[in-house]
Design a protein around this ligand. Sequence first.
Ligand code: KMH
Ligand code: ZN
Length: 269
Amino acid sequence: MSVIITVAPTGPIASKADNPALPTQPAEIADQVAAAYEAGASVAHIHLRDRDDLPTADLDIARRTVELIGERCPILVQLSTGVGLTVPFEEREKLVELRPAMATLNPCTMSFGAGEFRNPPDGVRRLAARMRELGVKPELEIYDTGHLEACLRLQAEGLLADPLQFSIVLGVRGGMAATADNLLMMVNRLPQGAIWQVIAIGKANLELTAMGLALGGNCRAGLEDTLYLRKGELADGNVPLVSRARTLALDLDLMVADVAQARAQLQLN
Ligand code: KMH
Ligand code: ZN
């Protein structure tokens, strides 16, 4: 298996004031995703922003962004249905109607920093079922052990197809802390055959990304997860973060997947 590198260029929280290189508008996002593709990413995890750079689930903005990405490179698009804390679940879930190759599925409501991240059980079940119908591969974002159990219940209900694909999210206030112990504990709890990556938010991003690779996981890199290349140095866009992830993988004597390999490994349609 080769390492699938996902670029997460924008996220729902940071602004250009935090890092001027943060891409927020469709063409900016598409340009940085294309550059990240050239640097080794085979999946792009996409959050959308409106004209005021606020998180949005607007389908026209989503369509436009996906179209611009597709004009530039063949990267697999993974739309975030997490979107942002201020966007109603009922708007977020509509994004899968665009039939992206992949989309995130957040199984549980939780505190998320100073806000609430609402994922009602009936809505999550409805979204999982709709993704199954549409052939959109869910990327399961788990922030705690209970989230993993919720995903396994969805699988038992026949709402999730194998192989399950997890992101172990560490470092969100409201979820597990970004520690090596928590990462190892979660990896050891994953079901046989699961595909996974670690998403470590903030200053532990580099070490836990490296640990995830060493443990056989895929990896994610981008400004959604850390605005800094190193302590005190803002990353000049997403490419330096993706390039470093690729170098980490190669230095661990791992192969980096291209889009065709990623599609096959994830068993996408
Ligand atoms: N939108 C954030 C609240 C996702 O992409 O699905 C969490 C998030 C997860 O970014
Ligand atoms: Zn996200």
